[in-house]
Each structure stands twice: as C-alpha cells, then as structure tokens.
Unconditional design. Sequence first.
Length: 92
Amino acid sequence: MCLKVINGFERIIRMDIKAGVIEIFEEVLDTDEIRENQDLDLFENELLDSLAIIEVLLAIEDKFDLSLQPTDLERDDMSSVNKLTDFLERKL
C-alpha cells in the first residue's frame, strides 16, 4: 500500500513537470501544437532555435527553481516535451 502511495506521488510530480514544460514551450514558441503531440521534434519542425533555447532555460529556472547552463543539456534533451520532462525529472 505504501509503495502505491509513493508511486502515485511520483506520477503527480511528473504531471506537474510536464504541465510546466508545456506551458514554457507554448509561451516561448507561441504555439499550442506541442500540446497535441508531445513527441514532436521541435528542432526538426523549426520551432526551437538558439535564442528560444536560452528563453526556455530561463523559464525553467524561474518555474522549477533550477539553475541550468546550456551545456547541461544535450540537444536531444530539449527536442520534445516528453524528452525535456524526462531530463527535468532526473535533475529535480
């Protein structure tokens, strides 16, 4: 029973992180396209560029109280909502 509570808690945290990532990307990229397809490659679809990466990092610092440098992430870590959520789960 306790394990289920812990797993349920972890699931809530992931949902909160994902909601925050979606909000950040929608704000920075000015699109809601990512809400429908959270595996959409933001680089391939030319939605994310070098300036937007910096804006996303600053928004992550504000929203999650986490200090990141551009070198802390690989390009692939920011390529989609799901990948950035996975990265942030490991960091938080």
